[in-house]
Design a protein around this ligand. Structure first.
Ligand SMILES: Cc1ncc(Cc2csc(CCOP(=O)(O)OP(=O)(O)O)c2C)c(N)n1
Length: 545
């Protein structure tokens, strides 16, 4: 068997070894050799979509939900620069995404002509991606390429951040040695022991300890360790907005999601009155804590994030989350008695199937009823009131750009999730966000993807109306989206009443093999309570009252 390999095959093997399970892409002349090699190798399924934002969001969701790493392969210039927003979203939300971009070859670079797709200089693209990735490699020398690929992919996994790999088109097929596997990094065990001692001492002395879990636990594959710690400590567990769905179904006393004044008062009181808030893998973002309005006493927080641990006014600078968890589990710290079962959250369900118009909470009720009847399904949400409504969907994994808050994520992310896992997602998306990337549904037919897509149609940018109710620029008109579903290869129905919604959900849940779009016509001004409270908190915070 030919054991020699070329640079593209070496890269494909390394991507797979680091957890890639597929490639999402949109080719162009600068990356055609890579696509040809990838298709011939067949080691990673190659899914093409119609616009690079969709490619990026699909790759993001595949790894966000399925683990490992996501891969987005695009051409140079127009393709890669179309990918900037999804990669920025992945950086902000700590998603291990690998960008593979084609690029001009050495002879083209040496010429005097301005190349098509070139911006300011041939390296402008690399400069732009330096700002939104944690490491970069230009594979212009087969002698250095294996080590560069090894370094960049190791950082992608270790830091759970996007990385950028530039593959000049004249290098794709040059002979190249396999990519080496790097040794795992070590850490200072004395520093970890000192940190564990201080954290356990604070927890022992606490009267009202609470565990807050955040998205880094999922990104770093540490959810089960965190669940074991929660059961061992016997303390109430709260998720952040970004961490919604974490530890679900793992037998821990989950109180709910912290939304400050915009959420469940029981959860807000537990967090804001705690004298030892152990926050594991929580990113200190405004969407996670802006609604706290300063009600969390920083002197009571023990925050482990980004490889550091912040206690009071000092920092342990290099404590990997895995090491901290291992130390806390081994500390023997445990509750005198198992934590009381968290009081059952009132799950908004039992949709009243009557002739009343549909409000966002009715959609959450209908989805909760559907999941209770037909089994758990992952929920993917775009940004808009659909995201705030998704927070009322119980006991389901939620994928959403809850911090970076970009529109356009929902539909391609749902496709990426089903491509990676085969699981059928429920996708929530507003009419405005659907107009951005919803058309990627046209790819479902050839791949057998069949998401249930619920469009919140209020004929405009509803969230912005919350801030500027009199502005005309937020109006989009009625695009009759359900009527377009058949042409895209799916089934679409438009509903206005709660009875029609209930019937549509039942039909969608029992119809497989084609995507099912339910276009919910919301009455003007219909808004979820959670969004209303978030907007009120934002106005207070920004002095917009
Ligand atoms: C890529 C991007 N461009 C603009 C914006 C800014 C924005 C945040 S929310 C919103 C309106 C969303 O309208 P939609 O109809 O989808 O949903 P709804 O509000 O419930 O009616 C906009 C324009 C963001 N977040 N991302």
């Amino acid at each position: 068997m030919d054991t020699s390999t070329n640079l593209t095959r070496a890269l494909l093997a390394a991507l797979q070894a680091h957890g890639a399970r597929e490639i999402f892409g949109l080719p162009g002349d600068f990356i055609l050799p890579f696509f040809i090699e990838a298709e011939e190798a067949g080691t990673l399924p190659l899914y093409t979509l119609s616009h690079e934002p969709g490619v990026g969001f699909a790759a993001d969701a595949a790894t966000r939900y399925g683990g490992g790493i996501g891969v987005a392969a695009v051409t140079y210039g127009a393709g890669a620069l179309n990918l900037v927003n999804p990669v920025a979203a992945a950086y902000a939300e700590k998603v291990p995404l690998v960008v593979v971009s084609g690029a001009p070859g050495a002879r083209e670079r040496a010429g005097s002509l301005l190349l098509h797709h070139q911006v300011r200089s041939i390296d402008s693209q690399l400069t732009i991606f330096r700002e939104i990735t944690c490491d970069q490699a230009v594979l212009d020398d087969p002698g250095t390429a294996p080590a560069l690929i090894a370094r960049v992919l190791a950082r992608c996994v270790r830091e759970s951040r996007p990385v950028y790999i530039e593959l000049p088109r004249d290098m794709a097929r040059v002979p190249c040695a396999p990519v080496p596997t790097l040794a795992e990094p070590t850490w200072d065990r004395d520093a970890v022991a000192a940190c564990v001692r201080e954290v356990t001492a604070r927890l022992r002395a606490a009267q009202r300890p609470v565990l807050v879990v955040g998205i880094e636990l999922r990104r770093l594959g540490l959810e089960e360790q965190a669940a074991r710690l929660a059961r061992q400590l016997g303390v109430p567990v709260v998720t952040t907005v970004m961490g919604r769905g974490l530890l679900a179904g793992r037998g821990v006393p989950l109180l709910g999601t912290y939304l400050g004044g915009a959420g469940d008062p029981l959860v807000a009181d537990a967090v804001e009155e705690s004298d030892a808030l152990l926050m594991l893998g929580v990113l200190p973002t405004d969407t996670n804590f802006a609604v706290a309005d300063g009600r969390i006493d920083q002197r009571h927080t023990l925050m482990a994030t980004e490889g550091k641990v912040f206690v009071d006014h000092h920092v342990y600078p290099a404590i990997p989350l895995a090491a901290l968890l291992e130390g806390l589990l081994d500390s023997g710290l445990r509750a005198p008695a198992p934590a009381p079962e968290a009081p059952g959250r009132h799950c908004p369900c039992d949709l009243h199937a009557d002739g009343a118009p549909v409000w966002p909470l009715d959609i959450a009720r209908g989805i909760n009823d559907m999941l209770a009847t037909h089994g758990r399904m992952p929920v993917v949400s775009d940004m808009g009131d659909c995201f705030f409504t998704a927070l009322d969907i119980e006991d389901a994994d939620l994928l959403a750009p809850g911090y970076y808050a970009t529109m356009g994520y929902g539909v391609p992310a749902g496709l990426g999730l089903q491509a990676r896992t085969g699981e059928r997602p429920v996708i929530l998306v507003g009419d405005g966000a659907f107009q951005m990337t919803g058309w990627e549904l046209g790819h479902c037919r050839r791949h057998g993807w069949d998401p249930i897509v619920i469009v919140f149609n209020n004929a405009g940018w509803g969230m912005l109306r919350s801030f500027e109710p009199d502005a005309c620029f937020n109006e989009l008109g009625d695009w009759h989206l359900a009527a377009m579903a058949a042409g895209l290869g799916g089934d679409g129905v438009r509903v206005r009443t709660r009875a029609e919604l209930a019937q549509a959900l039942q039909h969608a849940a029992t119809t497989r093999g084609r995507f099912q779009m339910i276009e919910v016509m919301l009455p003007l001004g219909a808004q979820s309570d959670t969004l209303a409270r978030f907007v009120a908190a934002a106005r207070r915070r920004n002095g917009m009252c």
